[in-house]
Design a protein around this ligand. Structure first.
Ligand code: BG6
Ligand code: MG
Length: 222
């Protein structure tokens, strides 16, 4: 048995840049500079945890009540959703559609392990829902990335062991979660290098699905 487990933002589509823009915008209103380097720490992290990190960056973690923080998070999400308005099938990252089709031809189940509550909406806009047997509901999890829970759950949902799956990630928190449950990690590296990945590529165009399966199989039996 085999299976593929995908992060969404920055792996399937380049929504990571919209998250960054939306956080930067909120940061500006709060007087906190969210730059590209700091944004790396927000990748893979839930909406509320990201907000907490931004407030801590500006030493403002004790200035807002939970109610106010929920309002700020909702404000960021509204801005983000506005940026997503034009999102469509053309916004799939290079090679993703071909890779999903190749997985489907080989009857290899695919799942989404994303911290994003917007994942179902985004997959619908990209018109790739049919390629995924399961989408983990991040609201059902006790712990976010880098904890491996989301990847273990995704593997369960497609009926395989975590060690049988190959996980795809663009964020260090995600790679750490994948490796913490013994899963094979493919890093989609665009900006910062990812530590601990088994293979790293710039895009799905650089991946040959059969070679990848062979490498993972050899690693598993070595
Ligand atoms: C992750 C992104 O996939 O989802 C984070 O890498 C984002 O940047 C998180 O904050 C939560 O997303 P959302 O869509 O629920 O706000
Ligand atoms: Mg990501």
């Amino acid at each position: 048995m085999k299976g593929f487990i995908f992060d969404l933002d920055g792996v399937i589509t380049d929504t990571a840049k919209y998250h960054y823009e939306a956080w930067r915008n909120l940061g500006e209103k709060l007087g906190i500079t969210v730059d590209e380097k700091f944004n790396e720490q927000l990748k893979g992290i839930s909406r509320m945890d990201s907000l907490d990190r931004i407030l801590a960056l500006g030493n403002k973690e004790n200035e807002y009540s939970l109610y106010e923080k929920k309002q700020l998070a909702a404000e960021k999400n509204a801005y983000y959703l506005n940026l997503l308005q034009g999102l469509g099938p053309d916004d799939l990252l290079s090679g993703v559609k071909e890779f999903l089709m190749a997985a489907q031809e080989r009857n290899i189940p695919c799942a989404i392990a994303s911290a994003s509550k917007n994942a179902p909406l985004i997959l619908e806009k990209l018109d790739v829902n049919d390629y995924f047997e399961a989408i983990v509901d991040p609201a059902s999890l006790a712990k976010g990335k880098p904890h491996p829970e989301i990847f273990i759950r995704a593997a369960q949902l497609i009926g395989i062991e975590a060690t049988e799956a190959i996980g795809f990630e663009d964020a260090q928190a995600g790679v750490d979660g994948i490796k913490a449950c013994g899963m094979f990690a493919v890093g989609i590296e665009v900006d910062e290098p990812l530590i601990g990945v088994d293979i790293s590529v710039n895009s799905f165009c650089d991946l040959d699905i059969d070679k990848l399966l062979e490498i993972q199989r050899n690693r598993h039996t070595a």
